[in-house]
Design a protein around this ligand. Sequence first.
Ligand SMILES: [Fe+2]
Ligand SMILES: [Fe+2]
Length: 288
Amino acid sequence: MVLAWMCPNDALVSPVCHVPREVMTAVLKVHPELSDDRLLKLFESGVERQWSGELLQWTEPETWDRVSLQALGALLTPVYLGEQTAMLGVSMVLPKLALAHDTEATLYLSTMGLDEARHFRNLSHLYQALDMKPWATRQVPEMWRYHTRLMKSGDPIDWLWGILISDLFARLFYGRLRDQYPDRIVGRLARRTLVDEARHQAFADLYLSPRLRHISQERRDALLNLRDDLFRTMDQLTVRLAGPLDDLGWSGQAFLEELWDDTEHWAERLGLVVPSKPPVPVPAAVTD
Ligand SMILES: [Fe+2]
Ligand SMILES: [Fe+2]
């Protein structure tokens, strides 16, 4: 992926892309300085806390009624796509951080790519293990708009801000699954995934905080527009998923309100809007 991003457009159709030496020397440093201790600590945490989906005891017998299973399959669809988008987005942003010589961030993002690949793989396994199906594209067109919007600019700051909102969405969703089904596969999967997602939020905090405090008002407005676009899409998605939400006893409105509050707290914490409440604490899972 790194090399593909560096290829000129016409070279992408070729099985072999010649990367000019000047590009490689601009990206690579033989012995880069690694001085951001907080990002390095997060990277070490990302390395130490890798885990395999095999730990989830997939074969444990479970009883689900058909309605709940269909609802779960539908509601997991946006999260499932979000995990894939996050995995691909990491590979899109990673070479840009390398080009900017943000070496510590590049290191950390490499662990995040593996996290998102694991989440994607685990959800694929879950669909198979519980014999359920995600919704098709035509059933939730808003979902595709959401993820297309997220990937649109390709700028690391835009992407990280958008993926933070997507991670907050995933955190709410996994949190409900963990609380509602603590002893089932979905609950175990959600509990472990939440630890990874907390790390991703900590990275968003470390990477975005210093950069967003010095951006222009125009750039700030563009990021808030991105937030609003994502929320409009989420709102439509919640209407479309009203049936499955109801089947699991979840309120779409409460979900959206909670997500909005979380996002607002982060917008304040990162300096995008004027704070009205104390800052959101960094998730406990990554501060120890
Ligand atoms: Fe994830
Ligand atoms: Fe994530």
